[in-house]
Design a protein around this ligand. Structure first.
Ligand code: HEM
Length: 178
């Protein structure tokens, strides 16, 4: 498996890095557009039920577009992390550190993995809350829908935007580190 990943990365390096960057653009850019453009525009709708219905629908569209790129981001990340040989440069076969600088880069890759995991779990939780809000709206329970969607806009999307920007910065650091 490792051999396959290393060879595939060597043969398609440009494509793999391109898909990784494109996925980050769509995921993080999509959230920024929703939070700072669409959200402000939707808040002008005075009827609360209609406003929440539009918000739930907009988020459904965004999440539908974004989740395949979340998967692509992880798959390309695995190809890059293994293909660029971070572990091999940092540790010997018995797991002893052979190069401190390479080890710091290897740890930085782990930080990106952790960021991806938190972002993906946060996205899953947002999808869950959004679908609960949609069900509540169908039953005419506007307060419940507001509770479900409000947390997404106030905290969950901003957290993922922040983490996404950090992950992009770390990506630039890794790219320029060797
Ligand atoms: C699963 C965890 C991740 C791993 C293991 C990972 C790994 C990497 C590596 C090794 C690079 C350097 C590529 C190179 O030198 O050619 C990179 C670049 C990049 N990563 Fe990630 N990444 C992960 C998650 C993410 C996430 C969550 C985002 C943003 C949402 C992201 C955005 C980027 C970007 C934009 C670059 C390009 C930086 C540049 O070209 O200067 N990555 N990533």
């Amino acid at each position: 498996m490792k051999q396959f990943i290393v060879e595939t990365f060597a043969d398609h390096r440009n494509l793999i890095v391109f898909l990784h960057v494109l996925s980050a653009v769509i995921w993080v850019g999509g959230m920024i557009a929703i939070r700072f453009a669409t959200h402000q525009s939707l808040s002008l709708i005075t009827d609360p039920k209609l406003r929440l219905e539009r918000a739930a629908h907009t988020l459904k569209r965004l999440f539908g577009i974004v989740w395949p790129f979340v998967v692509i981001l992880l798959v390309t990340a695995i190809f890059m992390a293994v293909g660029l040989g971070f572990r091999a440069a940092a540790l010997d076969a018995s797991g002893n550190v052979i190069d401190d600088y390479a080890m710091s880069l290897y740890n930085t890759v782990h930080i990106k993995e952790a960021i991806w995991l938190v972002m993906a779990l946060n996205l899953g939780a947002m999808m869950f809350r959004r679908s609960k809000a949609e069900k509540a709206l169908k039953l005419g329970n506007v307060d419940e829908a507001k509770k479900m969607l409000g947390v997404i806009a106030q905290y969950m999307v901003p957290v993922n935007i922040g983490l996404g920007v950090i992950a992009i910065f770390i990506g630039v650091v890794l790219r320029n580190a060797y």
